[in-house]
Ligand binder design. Sequence first.
Ligand code: ADP
Ligand code: MG
Length: 700
Amino acid sequence: MLSLRNFDIKFVKGIGPERAKLLNSELGISTAYDLLRHYPTSYIDRSRTYSIRSLRQATGEFPYLQIRGRFVSFNTLGEGASMRLIGLFTDGTATIDCVWFKGVREVRNRLAAGHEYVLFGKPSFYRETLQMTHPEVDPPERVEAGPGVRAVYPLTEKLRQRNLGSKAIHAAVVAFLQSRKAPLRETLPPSVVTSLGLMGLDEAIHNVHIPQSSAALEQARMRLKFEELFYIQTDMLMRSRVRKAQLQGYIMPHVGRWFNDFYHNCLPFDLTGAQKRVIKEIRADIMSGRQMNRLVQGDVGSGKTLVALMSMLLAIDNGFQACLMAPTEILATQHYETISELASKIGLNVRLLTGSTRAKQRRLIDEGLRDGSIHILVGTHAVIEDKVVFRNLGFAVIDEQHRFGVAQRARLWQKSAVPPHVLVMTATPIPRTLAMTVYGDLDVSVIDELPPGRKPVATVLRYDEQRQQVQRGIRAQLDAGHQVYIVYPLVEENEKLDLRSVTEGFEAASQLYAPHKVTLVHGKMKPADKDAAMQMFASGEAGVLVATTVIEVGVNVPNATTMVIENAERFGLSQLHQLRGRVGRGADRSHCILMSKHQISADTRKRLELMTSTTDGFVIAEADMQMRGPGDIEGTMQSGLPFDLKIANLAQDGQIIQLARRAAETLLDADPSLQLPENRTFATALAMMLNRNTDWSRIS
Ligand code: ADP
Ligand code: MG
């Protein structure tokens, strides 16, 4: 398999230099290896033929499928670049338009009205008309000769137009596999293949492209998914084992004046048991002489910031500097303010550095960092830029939100000869298996307890026609002296419309709830105006804050007891959970009202109803992933991985992830640096996957 990385696809039968160029530019396929690893995304059952009538009645997105019938007529429309050919096709139950934008003459010459054909493609509705663009068209006798299940490959529009469709890719794969004399060599360690009863590589590659049966296909896919996840788990584990064994960390044995002063004079409440436990875990790490890489997971409001701050104080007590990084400027600013305020009594020198820090301020910060007078630097990515030089950075906190990958963490580790201890905090709970993959190289602490007195936020789903009732409820809360958030979605694609609705919502609320004051905050306002508006709400002057999602990472107003989320159906579950975390921070019972229009899909209703039935962030995160499938979460998560997954799915393959994790542990227990002869092939394959040399001790 490895040597196939040197086999140029232009030599594969049926491809040639022209198509090779296209495949390379469109799909990044340049070698036979890439071709075999270009897995089908779905399969169609060739024994099943759809009636056009049934398609007309369908809703939602269509899969690739086949229909059978005859062309009634062909029509060429437009000229030059906009020329297209429309073939009206019928199977006797209804009609469908077949559309070609490219290769019109060739298609016109090849196909004849009145003959029977089998069409293969992905139907869609275009302005109410059912159509199929660039279908594959075969006479029935050619189709029946093929296998029962047919692979459908990921393509681009350009490939389709150039007649390099799924069928052509499939043909190339088949031709290549048939031209091979020897089977593909196994790349997984033999012990793993045997103990888990995995399908061998050769058989798996054959079956994923040319399934012999659905059972064989299932096994093939399982094997290939496992393989990807196993590479990742092995890499993660090797990194963390090597680091633990070799990487020296600063030793921080003292608990001194900063920590104690803070603990005795600034802490306005008792730490929760979970906070104490996690601080102890961190203390043990930083005393050990090894570099710490620890992930702290905790639900919204569980008090992670405080844990981070107290850990940084420990570092400062030992003569080191600390930094805290957040993914956005708003979040960084908020952390800066929280920390400055909490520690104001003890004279801690805390500074903020972001992309918009002025040059003059920046010079002062540079100076303070170099001479060591700055204790804590809070900021965005700006903090890890090369030009930022600390005198002795000993402890780094990353408030993560899924945006810092392994690569960014590695940059931190490289910031000094002895890497600082690293604490990663996730603001959104993420499912365990996902954490295992994306943060697989970190030790994990969990803050599984909320500060006392928090009451779960009572959450309800309401529809537009119940608006008046909702408004009465808000009024009652305001009259009782409480405060209310009204949140609107704001997404880039919809920005203008969204801004209009938030502004209109603000005007309506101003009238409805007078004499209570209403204030407005959205992402397009100037920072100063935003601050002023936030301040009005935080001080209690305004009873209502109408806002877009900026408050997601924003304020802490315990007197706010109600949150109304407009167009709740447009938010992701984890996002709703984060938002909801803004209320329920005081002693009073809090409410969250999810407003939605009545016409929502069953799935959406199910998602919103889940929000009303639980406040457990982990349950919500898990459900969010499962329901959304490979959605946002996965997308952003994936960016933290060492290579793109081609077949495994982080959202759905949790069990395989666990299996891979255990297998990697067993393997490395027996052969820590993959030196055994039977594991050499795997070690080489892994290094190639990761695009690195095999010397793990030099990584990170
Ligand atoms: P997270 O970042 O985990 O969402 P924060 O650190 O922002 O949570 O804490 C949420 C709120 O809870 C803050 O107002 C914080 O001051 C408060 N808090 C933190 N720890 C405690 C505690 N042990 N007891 C009471 N309140 C706490
Ligand atoms: Mg936080």
